[in-house]
Design a protein around this ligand. Structure first.
Ligand SMILES: Cc1ncc(COP(=O)(O)O)c(C=O)c1O
Length: 447
C-alpha cells in the first residue's frame, strides 16, 4: 500500500509546470538535465561481455533443455522489425524509420525479463557446478543438463519478488534446470501469470502489497534458508548484465539491415521502465557500443514514473512516486514500481536522455493500434514506448532536445527503436480483453 505521502514533494530538477503535470498524471516528456552524451565510462564489473560469453558457453545447454531454442542454436533472441503501417497510423513523420524490437516474442519466457533472469540463473548454476567439480574453466556447459547437476541443483531454492514477468523468467529456467523455485508476487500480478507458474511447478506466494513489498518478503524468506538464493530485481548485477547483452544483438541486427549508427544516422531507443533493470541494462549496453550517437528514453506509466522522479532528484537519496502523491496504480503491471533500482538509477544519471510518461488509456489504444497496423499482440506494459518518436519529433521538449544537439538535419536518416517488452505468453482471452478495451477507447465519440 502507498504510505501516507508527504505534503511537500522532494527538491528536484522538475520545473513548476512539469511537477504540476507529473502530479496531475498528465503524460509528459522530461529531459534529463544531467544527460552527458559522451559520459559512458567502462567498468569491468559491469562489462556486458561477461553475459555474452556466458550465453555462448551455455548455448548448447539451453538448446538441449528448451526445444523452443533449437532453431536459434540455444540463443535467446528476438526480431527487430520495421513497422511502417504503425508509423503512418500513429501519425509519425516520414522522417526516419520506426522499428520494433520484439522482446514480446522472446522464446520461452515471452518478455524482456527473460534475458536477465536466464543470465542470473545460469550464473548460479555455473558457480554451483564449478564449486562441485562438475565443470571446469570456460568449457561448454552442456553438463549442467545431466543427472549429477540436477541432483546438486534440486537442493537449492531460487526465490524472486516480481510483478509477473521476472517471476516467469526465473521460475521457468530454474525449474527446467532442476532447482526449486519460489515467486513472491505483488497484488498487481495477473492471475494468468500465477497460474502459468504453478503449472510449471513453481511455488507462488501472493502478497497484499506492491512490488517493493513482494521483493522485500522474498529477500527475507531466502535469507533464512541456507539453500536459498534470492534474485534481487532491485539490485542485481547479474540481471543487469543479461539485459545489457541485448545491445550486442541490436548491433548485429542493424548491421544486417544496412542501418548505420553515427553522427549522420542517429539512433533513438524507447524503453518501458519498471524498476529500471531491463531498460537500464539495454541502455547501458547501447551507450557502450554507440556512445553519443544513441539517444535512450525510458517510458513510464503516469502513475508510476519512479525513474523520472529519482533522476530529477537533487541528490541520490531514494525518492518514491508516493512522495509526489501518485498512487502507483496502473494496468501496466510490469511497470507498477514506486521506487527505482538503487543500482540502476545512478548508472542512468548521465546516460539517459529523458523519460516520458503514458496513461493507461493510451497503452490500450496503442496495443490495439499495433494489432491493427502490424498484426502484433502485446501486453499493455510493452506498449509504453510506442509514443516515443512522437514525443521527440512533435513536442516542445522533444524539439528542444533535437535542436540543442543539432539533430534536425539528420532526422531523415534516424532510426527509432520502440522496445516491445512482453506479450507472447499472454492467454488469448486476455489479449481479447486488451483489444476490446483499446478498440472502445479508440472509437470516435458519437454525436
Ligand atoms: C512487460 C515488461 N516490460 C518492461 C518491464 C520493465 O523492466 P524493469 O522492471 O526491469 O524496468 C517489465 C518488468 O517486469 C515488464 O514485465
Amino acid at each position: 500500500m502507498p504510505p501516507e505521502h508527504t505534503a511537500l514533494p522532494p527538491a528536484s530538477h522538475l520545473g513548476t509546470a512539469e511537477q504540476a503535470s507529473l502530479q496531475r498524471r498528465e503524460p509528459m516528456l522530461w529531459l534529463n538535465p544531467a544527460h552527458a552524451p559522451r559520459a559512458f565510462t567502462p567498468d569491468k564489473a559491469l562489462d556486458p561481455e561477461i553475459a555474452i560469453a556466458r550465453f555462448s558457453r551455455c548455448a548448447a545447454l539451453m538448446s538441449s533443455v528448451f526445444p523452443q531454442l533449437r532453431n536459434s542454436r540455444g540463443r535467446l533472441q528476438s526480431p527487430l522489425v520495421p513497422v511502417p503501417a504503425l508509423q503512418r497510423q500513429l501519425g509519425g513523420r516520414h522522417e526516419g524509420t520506426w522499428l520494433i524490437k520484439r522482446d514480446d516474442a522472446l522464446p520461452v519466457a515471452g518478455s524482456v525479463k527473460a534475458r536477465g533472469g536466464f543470465h542470473e540463473v545460469l550464473t548460479l548454476a555455473e558457480r554451483l557446478a564449478l564449486d562441485g567439480g562438475l565443470v571446469t574453466g570456460a568449457s561448454d556447459r552442456l553438463e549442467l543438463a545431466g543427472m549429477p547437476a540436477r541432483r546438486l541443483f534440486e537442493k537449492y531454492t531460487i526465490a524472486v519478488g516480481s510483478t509477473g514477468n521476472l517471476g516467469l523468467s526465473i521460475g521457468l529456467i530454474a525449474k527446467t534446470l532442476g532447482f526449486k523455485a519460489m515467486v513472491h508476487m505483488s497484488e498487481d500480478a495477473k492471475e494468468w501469470k500465477k497460474d502459468r507458474l504453478r503449472a510449471a511447478g513453481v511455488e507462488v506466494i501472493e502478497h497484499a502489497g506492491d512490488y517493493a513489498s513482494a521483493v522485500k518478503a522474498g529477500r527475507l524468506a531466502a535469507e533464512s534458508d541456507p539453500f536459498g538464493y534470492f534474485v534481487d530485481d532491485e539490485e542485481s548485477v547479474h540481471l543487469f548484465l543479461g539485459y545489457a547483452a541485448a545491445a550486442h544483438e541490436i548491433q548485429s541486427q542493424l548491421a544486417q539491415q544496412g542501418r548505420g549508427v553515427d553522427a549522420e544516422h542517429p539512433l533513438f531507443v524507447y524503453l518501458p521502465c519498471g524498476v529500471g533493470g531491463a531498460p537500464g541494462g539495454v541502455a547501458y549496453g547501447l551507450k557502450r557500443l554507440f556512445g553519443e550517437h544513441v539517444h535512450c528514453f525510458f517510458a513510464e506509466p503516469a502513475a508510476s514514473p519512479c525513474m523520472l522522479v529519482q533522476l530529477a532528484a537533487r541528490n541520490e537519496a531514494p525518492v518514491s512516486v508516493y512522495d509526489y502523491g501518485l498512487d502507483n496504480r496502473t494496468e501496466a503491471d510490469g511497470l507498477a514500481v514506486a521506487q527505482a533500482s538503487p543500482l540502476v538509477a545512478p548508472l542512468m544519471r548521465k546516460l539517459l536522455s529523458g523519460v516520458f510518461t503514458v496513461d493507461d488509456d493510451t497503452l490500450f489504444r496503442d496495443v490495439h493500434a499495433l494489432m491493427q497496423a502490424e498484426g502484433m499482440l502485446i501486453e499493455p506494459s510493452a506498449a509504453a514506448g510506442m509514443r516515443g518518436p512522437l514525443w521527440l519529433t512533435g513536442s516542445e521538449p522533444g524539439l528542444r532536445y533535437l535542436a540543442s544537439r543539432n539533430l534536425p538535419p539528420r532526422m531523415r536518416h534516424a532510426t527509432h527503436i520502440i522496445w516491445s517488452t512482453g506479450g507472447s505468453l499472454v492467454p488469448s482471452l486476455e489479449h481479447e480483453t486488451f483489444q476490446k478495451q483499446g478498440r472502445q477507447l479508440s472509437a470516435p465519440a458519437a454525436g
